[in-house]
Each structure stands twice: as structure tokens, then as C-alpha cells.
Design a protein around this ligand. Structure first.
Ligand code: ATP
Ligand code: MG
Length: 245
């Protein structure tokens, strides 16, 4: 595997990535680095390439041009399970909890399914991280929507990922659940040093996380900075934030 030294210090390095689908250029020369333990939100209008970027990062889609490196290793051509073993976890929108098992049992299953590794967290630690200790014995099928999403995140944390990718995790959540999700993401960085990249439409979440924000428009990164800086940019207000700015 080619190693990259220019990316030293960064965990994930997306370099000049373009992805075309026929005549559609979904990603157009995207450069993006994520440091270990960093949190960032990717925002941008429908169809600007956010999910495609996740698909390229996880090697589900090869880039048309450019490359993605994780811990200095170029990811081209690796199978999804290999990517997961390297330390990249991704939450999909499809529900993946076992409804007839309790919260604790779901986490135990997630931990059990993995080869023993020294970094692997215990189910009890995961319960605390997702703040469901008081609902450990509740059947997952009976959890409200927000808590179910947190359980899914907890199951991904069983892999002890270095990078967690969340695509619109707060969709369908109440305001309180959305804020609790921002707090959960912050704790992951603080407690476990997990880097988290969140694609998010909900500005309450972005504001509450108060982290780095990357703005995409038509397949390009058009702004990259702290939320407070980025929200003031006219192209961001006009194109995306609208009345929320
Ligand atoms: N597998 C595919 N085949 C063809 N075109 C695709 C494919 N995946 C994405 N696209 C196109 O690429 C562009 C970017 O789509 P993408 O899903 O990445 O946007 P997005 O920013 O995630 O949008 P949303 O906010 O609606 O989730 C769109 O024009 C989309 O139609
Ligand atoms: Mg999307």
C-alpha cells in the first residue's frame, strides 16, 4: 500500500476527489482532511454530493479521479469489511437494531461479533457513552426514535472506530433528541478520541455541536471553518441556511 507522508497528523485525507455518474459530476475536486478526534459537520443542499462523499470515503464507490487515504493508507479497491476493520464505521439510515432484544443485549451482540481486541469497549461502557444505562433492560423495539438511533451508534462503537460517519442522524428526531445527539457526538471525541463526520441538515444540531463546518455546493467544498464564521458567508446564507442564518 502506498503511504502518504504529506497527510501526517490527519486521520482522513480526501485528495482532489471527483466522482462522475454519466454526465453528472457529483463530486468535483473535493479536498478534505479530518484530524484524529475531530468533529465536523458537512452541510449543503440536496444533491450537492454529501452522501456520495461518504460512499467514496468508505470505498463503496471508486472516485473517478483523486484518492482517499486513511491513516496514510490509500483506500482504493478495499472491500467494505476491510474498511471497517481499518477503523471506519458508518451509520446507514436503514434500522439495524434487534427489536426483540434489550438495549444491553443489542450491545452485547455487537461486541460479541468482533474479534477480541484490546481497544474494544465493554457493553457497559457503550451503554454509558450513549446514555442508555437507565434503559438497559428495555426492548430495542420499544425505544423512542432518538434512543434507537443512539443504540445504533453504540453498536457501531463496539468496533472501536477511529472515524465514525453519520449521514443525517437527527432526521425525525425531536428538538431535545437532536441536542442530545450533539452532546453524544462531543462525548465521543472527548472520551474515546473518535473522529466524527456528520452530514446534517438540521441547523439546531450544527449550532449545538459548535464544531468545524464544511459547506458543499454542486460537488465542491465552498467553505470550511467554525460554524460562527461559516454562517456569515453570503453564499452560505443564500444557498443553504436561509431563514436560519
Ligand atoms: N449511484 C448514483 N447514480 C447516479 N447518480 C447518482 C448516484 N448517486 C448520486 N448521484 C447523483 O449525484 C448527485 C449527488 O447526490 P448525493 O446523494 O451525494 O447528494 P446529497 O448531498 O447526499 O443529497 P441529499 O441532501 O438529498 O441527501 C445527485 O445529482 C445525485 O442524483
Ligand atoms: Mg444524502
Amino acid at each position: 500500500m502506498p503511504m502518504s507522508h504529506e497527510a501526517s497528523g490527519s486521520l482522513l485525507h480526501v485528495r482532489r476527489v471527483t466522482r462522475e455518474f454519466g454526465g453528472v459530476r457529483a463530486l468535483d475536486g473535493v479536498d478534505l482532511s479530518v484530524a484524529p478526534g475531530e468533529q465536523l459537520c458537512i452541510i449543503g443542499p440536496n444533491g450537492c454530493g454529501k452522501t456520495t462523499l461518504f460512499n467514496v470515503i468508505t470505498a463503496q464507490l471508486p472516485p473517478t479521479r483523486g484518492e482517499v487515504a486513511f491513516e496514510g493508507r490509500v483506500l482504493a479497491g478495499l472491500a467494505p469489511h476491510h474498511i471497517a476493520r481499518l477503523g471506519i464505521a458508518r451509520k446507514f439510515q436503514v434500522p439495524s437494531v434487534f427489536e426483540d432484544l434489550t438495549v444491553a443485549e443489542n450491545l452485547e451482540v455487537a461486541c460479541f461479533g468482533l474479534a477480541a481486541s484490546p481497544q474494544r469497549p465493554a457493553a457497559a461502557t457503550l451503554l454509558e457513552q450513549i446514555q442508555l444505562s437507565d434503559r438497559a433492560d428495555v426492548l430495542a423495539g420499544r425505544l423512542p426514535h432518538g434512543a434507537r438511533q443512539w443504540l445504533e451508534i453504540g453498536m457501531l462503537l463496539a468496533q472501536a472506530p477511529r472515524l465514525l460517519l453519520l449521514d443525517e442522524p437527527t432526521a425525525g428526531m425531536t428538538g431535545a433528541e437532536t441536542l442530545a445527539t450533539a452532546a453524544l457526538v462531543r462525548r465521543l471525541a472527548q472520551d474515546a478520541g473518535t473522529a466524527v463526520v456528520v452530514v446534517e441538515h438540521d441547523m439546531r444540531f450544527v449550532q449545538a455541536l459548535d464544531a468545524r463546518v464544511v459547506v458543499m455546493l454542486a460537488g465542491r467544498v465552498v467553505a470550511d471553518g467554525r460554524f460562527d464564521e461559516v454562517r456569515r458567508l453570503p453564499q452560505v446564507r443564500d444557498a443553504y441556511l436561509g431563514a436560519h442564518a
